[in-house]
Every structure is written in C-alpha cells, then in structure tokens.
Design a binder for this molecule. Structure first.
Ligand SMILES: Cc1cc2nc3c(=O)[nH]c(=O)nc-3n(C[C@H](O)[C@H](O)[C@H](O)COP(=O)(O)O)c2cc1C
Length: 195
C-alpha cells in the first residue's frame, strides 16, 4: 500500500487541502497527516472545519489516516527508514518554504520534508502568497533545484470553470497528478484546433 505524508500549514487555501484529502481518503492508502498550529487555525478560520473531527470522518472511507503530532519528532515519519512514496504540503506558507529551504527541522512537518529531500523522494509544495518577494522566489528556486516540485495554487481558467468547486478542483487535480494518484478532480485539456 502506498504511503503518503500530507502537511497543512497556515497559508490561505485550506479548501485545496480538503479537496485533496477527500480524494485520497477514497483510495487504499496509508496517509500521515501533519498540521502546523497555524495550519489548523487557518483551516478552521477559512472553512469552519476542525481537523480531528474531519480526520475521523475521512477514516470512515477507504484510506487509513494517521493524524500526527507536529511536536513528536519520535514519529516514524521523522526517519528516512520510513519508506514513503510522496509528501505534499498544501497550502504551504512562505515561512515553511523558508524553513525547509534552510534545513531547519524543529517540527515533524519540516523534519519529514527534510527527510524526503535527503532520501531523494518526491516532495511537492503548494505555496500561496501574493505578491511574492525576492526572498520567497529565491527559497522556492533553491528547493526546485533540489528536485522539489513547486506547484503553486494557481488555478487555470481555460476550462471555463463555472463554480468555485471547479476552480478548487483544478489545483487539487494537479496536486494529485503530481503524486500519481488517479483522480477526476478537473477537466483535462483536450486541445483546441480552432484558432
Ligand atoms: C488568515 C491568514 C491567512 C494567511 N495566509 C497566508 C498565505 O497565503 N501565505 C503565507 O505564506 N502566509 C499566510 N499567513 C501567515 C502565516 O500563517 C504565518 O506566516 C505563519 O507563521 C505560518 O506558520 P506555519 O508555516 O508554521 O503554518 C496567513 C495568516 C492568516 C492568519
């Protein structure tokens, strides 16, 4: 069974996280969920969702979801010997981007991300901030050069979305594609021969 780590931090865009988790929870997966303190707060502020309660609901689906303690550096996911297929942090704050780029690993979330980089495993960050400062751009470029996928929460509009749900689905689908999880969260580009 595939093992995936999902992180949530205090950037705006918790709805993307909820959509990705909803899709993942429908599949046979082992999911380790790590939230920063601010990630939990922004999730509740933006959506009214309380992570523990929502994790219990997701656990009624097919996937096994383990809600990790971000302070617990003794967790299996803190070690390279825990074989993990992919890790995604969404949304990813600029603070967490900078910590990971700087190799600062004082929480389980940043330690797990650091392990993914050192073990050369797939790490996907979904940053959200606007405008981006040179610090933000430099840190993201450094991570990209290390093989980290920077997948900004930037929905496309060429599919002519009609609802907020479709806009959220676009980003969620791109995230799931990046970790090779089958999904029908968004309409794929079919090409257009009419110019
Ligand atoms: C409502 C709200 C929205 C925020 N949105 C963003 C954002 O989109 N991007 C960002 O980098 N920080 C954002 N922040 C600031 C982060 O929450 C803050 O930098 C925090 O220290 C991040 O901590 P964490 O990375 O440990 O979750 C937001 C804060 C609040 C209260």
């Amino acid at each position: 069974m595939k093992k995936i780590i999902i992180g949530i931090t205090g950037a705006s865009g918790s709805a993307y996280f909820l959509r990705v988790m909803e899709a993942l929870s429908q599949q046979e997966l082992e999911i380790h969920l790590i939230a920063s303190d601010q990630g939990r707060k922004v999730l509740t502020y933006e959506t009214g969702v309380i992570l523990e309660e929502q994790a219990r609901l997701w656990n009624k689906n097919r996937a096994g979801i383990i809600l990790e303690d971000n302070e617990n550096l003794f967790s299996p996911v803190a070690s390279g010997s825990f074989r993990c297929d992919a890790m995604v942090i969404l949304p990813c704050s600029m603070s967490t981007v900078a910590e990971i780029a700087g190799g600062i690993t004082k929480t389980l979330l940043t330690r797990a991300a650091d392990v993914m980089i050192k073990e050369r495993r797939r790490l996907v960050l979904v940053p959200r901030e606007t405008p981006l400062s040179t610090i933000h751009l430099k840190k993201m470029a450094e991570l990209s050069q290390l093989g980290v996928t920077i997948l900004p929460a930037m929905p496309g509009f060429y599919g002519h979305p009609q609802t907020l749900d479709e806009i959220i689905g676009f980003v969620a689908g791109k995230v799931l594609d990046s970790i090779e999880i089958e999904n029908d969260c968004y309409q794929r580009w079919q090409g257009n021969y009419e110019k």
